[in-house]
Design a protein. Structure first.
Ligand code: GLN
Length: 408
């Protein structure tokens, strides 16, 4: 199967290519700055308690379930029951796999609708669970040779509905969206919700960037009328606290959906690591009162503005992100020479990979080729975009600014 093929995942591939030449790494979305002191201390203190070094319950440590319920009850517009409506996972990624495993059946040709560009882990996770992804691309309703808004990337709702078949089980919705930075509006969510109701589908809402929006409100689709019953909302402590290596995430939904998700989780990893669940719980408790979340949001907004300025300066247009921490840059003005030498692993994956690699070798800055976020027949839609992450230090962004001067 394709998920077990010999091809490297895009993250490892671009990290390696960047490391070879010491490029500024704006590729994979990990933070290049350390987590806040109180967050690291929370984990250290957790390790010092003997009980936190043994198995956690499969559903998760009560202290963390309590914090998740406290944060998300207002966001989802209901009092969450931590005993039945939340499960803790080994990262949001494993939460996604657990949901797919719970609701897709091998041999039944169950289908899952993805909106492209779609985070690269969805499709292989669906395949591992025995399902088949069906792709509906976001359409760009503006001329991309200028700076455009992430709002210009739209789902054609008729196209979305036409993609539904009797085998469809799930629609995956990612808001704020990686890599576009689109924050779906309440109206868009209502339309997607209406389609899910008409065809009795589940919504898997990947909302791992819910805390990072810029001048926009994030709306959880599960908070819309009648949507709670058919939605599993996935979140991430790695994203929320800037600790992507901790691998702690969660799924939230009605008992009927979380029970099978938890059953899958129990068979995939059994439980999520205990000390870091406790660390996350303690950090989330402190973050409520120490102003961390708003300070962090402002920091990201500042980094976003800085990265946009850098590309304004060198004259490459981009999509203004209203959420998450990625900038899609349109590099069609960059000419890759016909005879440029690429390693086979890069050249075989098409022009968008070659462009991202060219950025690494010639400008010393690495990004991610969004072609990886499209199915094969739709790869051309990645055009000349390269995705740059701004969850990076000021020094990193400054170094990128200097390196990119070569574009002038
Ligand atoms: N979510 C992060 C990104 O999009 C990292 C994903 C990963 O490494 N699997 O960059």
């Amino acid at each position: 199967p394709f998920y077990a093929g010999s091809g490297l995942d895009v993250w490892t591939m671009m990290n390696q290519a960047a490391a070879e030449v010491g490029a500024v790494n704006l590729g994979q979305g990990f933070m290049s700055f350390p987590p806040q002191c109180f967050i690291r201390r929370a984990a250290q203190e957790a390790l010092d308690q003997n009980v936190h070094n043994q198995y956690a319950p499969p559903r998760g440590r009560p202290a963390l379930l309590e914090q998740i319920a406290a944060r998300f009850s207002p966001r989802l517009g209901r009092q969450l029951d931590q005993a039945s409506e939340i499960s803790v996972h080994a990262g949001a990624n494993e939460a996604l796999l657990s949901v797919f495993t719970a609701f897709l059946t091998h041999g039944q040709d169950h289908e899952v609708i993805l909106m492209e560009p779609a985070f690269d882990q969805y499709a292989p996770n669906i395949a591992m669970a025995g399902g088949k992804p069906v792709y509906v691309p976001l359409r760009v309703l503006a001329a991309a040779d200028k700076v455009i808004s992430s709002d210009d990337w739209k789902i054609d709702m008729a196209e979305l509905e036409a993609a539904v078949s009797p085998k469809t089980r799930i629609i995956v919705l990612n808001t704020p969206h990686n890599p576009v930075g689109k924050v779906f509006t309440r109206d868009e969510l209502a339309q997607i919700g209406a389609i899910s109701e008409r065809h009795n589908l589940l919504i898997l809402a990947d909302e791992v960037y819910e805390h990072l929006t810029y001048g926009r409100d994030h709306v959880s689709i599960a908070s819309l009328p009648r949507m709670w019953e058919r939605t599993v909302t996935v979140g991430s402590a790695g994203k929320l606290l800037g600790v992507t290596g901790w691998r702690v995430g969660w799924a939230i939904g009605p008992r009927a959906l979380i029970q099978p998700t938890l059953a899958a989780h129990t068979r995939i990893v059994f439980t999520t690591n205990t000390p870091l669940q406790e660390g996350v719980a303690s950090a989330m408790r402190q973050a409520v009162s120490n102003g961390f979340y708003e300070a962090q949001r402002q920091e990201y907004e500042r980094r976003r503005n800085r990265l946009m300025e850098i590309f304004d300066d060198v004259g490459l247009p981009y999509v203004v992100p209203d959420g998450a921490y990625y900038l899609l840059v349109n590099a069609s003005a960059v000419r890759v020479p016909q005879d440029y030498l690429f390693p086979e692993a890069i050249s075989s994956r098409g022009p968008n990979f070659r462009l991202a690699y060219f950025f690494i070798r010639e400008f010393g800055v690495s990004g991610i080729p969004p072609a990886e976020f499209y199915c094969e027949p739709h790869r051309y839609l990645a055009g000349d975009y390269v995705r740059f992450a701004f969850c990076k230090t000021d020094e990193g962004l400054d170094a990128a600014a200097v390196a990119l001067q070569k574009l002038k």
